[in-house]
Design a protein around this ligand. Sequence first.
Ligand code: SAM
Length: 276
Amino acid sequence: MSKETNTSEEAYWTQRYQEALTGWDVGAATTPMTEYADQLKDKSLRILIPGAGNAYEAEYLHKRGFSNVHILDVSEIPLENFKQRNPSFPEAHIHHQNFFKHKGTYDLILEQTFFCSFEPDQMTRVKYATKMASLLAPTGKLVGVLFKESATKENEGRPYGATETEYRRYLKPYFNIQVLETAYNSIQPREGSELFGIFQKKEKPKVQKNNPLHGITLKTILEELVDKYGWEELGDRVRINSFVSNPSINSSLKFLRRTPWAREKVEQLYIHTFKK
Ligand SMILES: C[S@@+](CC[C@H](N)C(=O)[O-])C[C@H]1O[C@@H](n2cnc3c(N)ncnc32)[C@H](O)[C@@H]1O
């Protein structure tokens, strides 16, 4: 097993496993994942399962002869559990590592309650999309289930889902969205609450590595700032007339689009507000 982490994320998730606060863990690979796996013909596909936890999907694939499956998690506990259950799984394919530090090239990445484990801030979600794309070979696929909404306040607000529109917004710059619809084969407790998605990496993704606002429109930036602060506080933070007298999204957008210094201030506030 490759090992590399020692961070607050590792501490957080490890504690969850130690205290058995693992409501997401259903104890088996779920039907959307197994049915997708069952139609894969090429057993040599390079497959990554990040945030794999107990990695039941990897176990499912391994038992069916897939030879190039990799699992990755920031916490060692579920990886050790996995090893105990699957002694013949290649040690070198088990990565105890932070996803954002992982390097590799895969044909397929499987997503199962990983996106929703991150805090729902814009920067992290953009980072998730760019990292997924960067780990895929050209035309490789990200496939899996995604929670539609922030479901409950249990588990400190997790799972942090998103709307279909939000998923499209984050993933579209890097992926052709082949499927994104309510899963028809969810396990019973998740029926109706998750989307099944197949996202194929664009051959030439519009990845702008150093632009944290890439993929986020000015309209989104403004709407999210207004949600966060309200017009009054926004007007205090960025002193422009459009935020103060009869403010509206449309009039502010018009002003910001033709006033670069003001747009810059708004974008900086957005980065400052949502970047962790
Ligand atoms: C909600 S759990 C889902 C686990 C598994 N996919 C499942 O469905 O049972 C999220 C998993 O992601 C892992 N994780 C969270 N942040 C991570 C990161 N930055 N890098 C790698 N793993 C991470 C956690 O340790 C945890 O095992």
